[in-house]
Design a protein around this ligand. Structure first.
Ligand code: ZN
Length: 265
């Protein structure tokens, strides 16, 4: 079994029901408040158990995958204690409005676990979260516009993450993310997206850092239904298999004294 932990910042999922210190300024303005509460209502309609609940269900459609932990920002240590990470082969990360609220210590911890061999999948607006910036060394900035038609092209059909995915598939409504996407050149460009507005985007990218495998995947805006698209679901499950597939694991990040040199013959 591949052990998965789903991390969702779980802020927009609860806005209006729960007070967050850092969201108070949005809710203080009447117009902004109406917008935010409407957004929460739409999100809850699509993700009645929160975005983490939707992700957990789609992962567990595969009998070889088990979600061992669901972790959120409001939990102690963001729910990402060493015990949880020791029990995780692949971490899914969904986030949007609260990247800065994740303590540096937790972001560094996640980065270290990836270096040691844990797989990680960054979803949609996680493109600027601290662990992704730390692992890739770039800002993750991009161009965006809400509510566009999206065609996702499979640009590496032989890649394990593209298994069972057609040449292309379409999402009626997804947030447009466009170039330039500030990332290092991916190891494999598995998917590329085109939007009706004319923009293109590197929407499915892989990297390795240390002993760990990393996948970024664009679809998944909080008020769109992309996580109910059969291909999006399959891609995420394929990515979990791929990201867990490294046998290289390290106990700790440390230099190791080398073996004795071979004597001259
Ligand atoms: Zn979005």
């Amino acid at each position: 079994m591949i052990r998965v932990t789903v991390w969702n910042e779980n802020v927009q999922d609860q806005m209006g029901e729960k007070e967050f210190e850092f969201t108070k300024h949005w809710l203080a303005n009447e117009e902004a408040r109406r917008f935010v509460l409407e957004r929460t209502r739409e999100l809850r309609e699509i993700h009645p158990e929160g975005i983490h609940g939707t992700l957990k269900r789609l992962v567990e459609e595969d009998e070889e995958l088990v979600v061992r932990h669901v972790a959120t920002l409001d939990m102690d240590e963001c729910g990402l204690t060493r015990e949880v990470l020791d029990d995780t082969d692949v971490l899914l990360w969904w986030a949007h409005v609260a990247h800065e609220q994740v303590p540096d210590e937790i972001a560094f911890r996640v980065r270290d676990y990836v270096w040691r061999g844990m797989g990680i999948i960054f979803l949609h607006s996680a493109h600027m979260c601290k662990p992704m910036q730390l692992l890739l060394g770039t800002s993750g900035t991009l161009r965006w516009r809400e509510g566009d038609f999206c065609r996702v092209w499979t640009s590496a059909p032989a890649h394990p993450i593209a298994r069972g995915i057609p040449e292309y598939f379409e999402l009626e409504t997804e947030e447009m993310y466009g170039e330039h996407f500030d990332i290092p050149t991916p190891d494999d460009q598995v998917f590329m997206s085109w939007y009706r507005g004319g923009e293109v985007f590197r929407s499915g990218c892989t990297w390795t850092r240390g002993c760990g495998r990393i996948f970024y995947f664009q679809p998944g805006h909080e008020t769109n239904r992309s996580y109910y698209n059969e291909y999006v679901r399959r891609i995420i499950r394929n990515a979990v298999h791929w990201a867990a597939g490294t046998a290289a694991k390290r106990e700790q990040i440390d230099c190791i004294h080398s073996v004795e040199p071979i004597e001259k013959r």
